[in-house]
Write a protein that binds this ligand. Structure first.
Ligand SMILES: *Cc1c(COP(=O)(O)O)cnc(C)c1O
Length: 379
């Protein structure tokens, strides 16, 4: 049996968060970083990022209120959700948020009513490219419609301020930013013909984290983005809104084996965490998000397991064909790496299984963290 710890527990290494933030900021000099709060809104994570100089991106008034309790100035927060409840807009505007995303006439009407004169950022659709977590397709308009919307916003007294897009989460192809940036350039030229000059281009999130395999270096992303920005008709402030790339690798989920079984020749390991109480992205990605996995037994003799959750619903399976200790038993711990992003925030109590408790650590190694770096064999 492993050391006594109440599982499931998500351990977040705040130093790893800081390292990731600094790496992104250094790779993209001159570009303001607005961390996407939704990805992991643990107060300790937000506090550390704030101390490092990160700015923030929000999707709701509740996220803003959380940031305010930590001393974040609302004027530096981007409200990038294109469709917002009117009460949230009013609350944010009254507090000092002044930049709001939109991609519809309904949103223009709401903003003009409760945030008169606000700066608005039109959301462009990004073409579907290879992304491991299909998150896009809901928001954004084509460039022609964006021109029309920006002019309509101006006519309602709003201030045309910027253009935004999001290429899709865990984007493994750096060139995913080049086509949207060409569309941004086209939009800027058309708007200039109408006397509109934009101040900001928001390159969104989508920067990848390392799961079982390493993504391309951030420098390759930076090269594409720098070339795209250089091709714009005039200079604008550029910002990014990374979420996953900042926090994913900092998280290690410690789970317990609650049972193993042999079914139809396949070995199953059931954990006290699954898709519904913490690993929703397993379900979202069709089990393609390969969290690096180890176990506390660490035996030389290996075997393949299907790793699944505690509920009676077969949808809570985490990974198929994972290599673990052949003698894996009830009570052993399984460590799932790169679980700092989109885990606890998505969790429900389905079937009565509680989400992981969260423990932030700093100045020490998180359990299994060193061992989870890189791809374990068989992943
Ligand atoms: C979720 C989200 C992000 C963060 O995306 P990642 O893929 O986690 O980097 C950034 N911007 C907006 C508008 C978002 O909705």
């Amino acid at each position: 049996m492993a050391r006594p710890v109440s599982t499931p527990e998500l351990v977040i290494d705040l130093d790893a968060v800081a390292d990731a933030y600094r790496g992104i900021a250094a790779a993209l000099p001159g570009i303001a970083v607005h961390y996407a709060t939704k990805c992991n809104p643990h107060p300790d994570v937000l506090r550390r990022l704030h101390a490092l100089g990160s700015r923030f991106e929000i999707a709701s008034a509740a996220e803003l209120e959380l940031l305010e309790t930590l001393g974040v100035a609302p004027g530096e927060v981007l409200y990038s959700n294109p469709v917002k409840p009117v009460a949230h807009i009013a609350r944010a505007f009254a507090t000092g948020v002044w930049r709001f995303a939109f991609d519809s006439h309904d949103e223009i009407a709401k903003l003009a009513q409760v945030a008169p004169g606000a700066a608005v950022v039109v959301r462009l659709a990004a073409p579907r490219t290879r992304s491991d977590v299909p998150s896009e397709g809901k928001f954004g308009v084509d460039p022609e419609q964006a021109v029309e919307l920006v002019l309509a916003a101006r006519a309602r007294g709003l201030r045309p301020y910027g253009v935004a897009f999001h290429v899709g989460s865990q984007m493994l192809a750096p060139d995913a930013w080049s086509r949207p940036l060409r569309a941004v350039g086209w939009l800027m030229e058309r708007l200039a013909e109408h006397g509109v000059r934009l101040s900001m281009v928001d390159l969104g999130g989508g920067f990848p984290a390392r799961y079982a395999a390493s993504p391309l270096p951030l420098a390759e992303y930076a090269a594409v983005i720098e070339a795209g920005l250089a091709g714009l008709p005039y200079g604008v402030e550029a910002v990014i809104e990374p979420g996953r790339a900042v926090v994913a690798e900092a998280g290690t989920l410690v789970a317990s084996v609650i049972g193993t079984a042999l079914r139809g020749g396949a070995r199953w390991a059931h954990l006290d965490v699954g898709a519904f109480n913490g690993l929703m992205e397993s379900l979202e990605t069709g089990n393609r998000l390969r969290f690096p996995v180890r176990d506390s037994r660490d035996s030389a003799q290996r075997d393949r397991f299907h790793l699944t959750g505690p509920t009676c619903d077969s949808q809570d399976t985490i990974l198929f064909d994972v290599e673990l200790s052949a003698d894996l038993s009830v009570g052993d711990h399984v460590y799932l790496g790169s679980t700092g992003a989109y885990t606890t925030v998505y969790a429900s109590h389905f079937n009565g299984f509680a989400p992981p408790t969260v423990r932030c650590v700093s100045g020490q190694a998180a359990p299994g963290r060193g061992a989870l770096v890189g791809a374990p064999p068989g992943q």
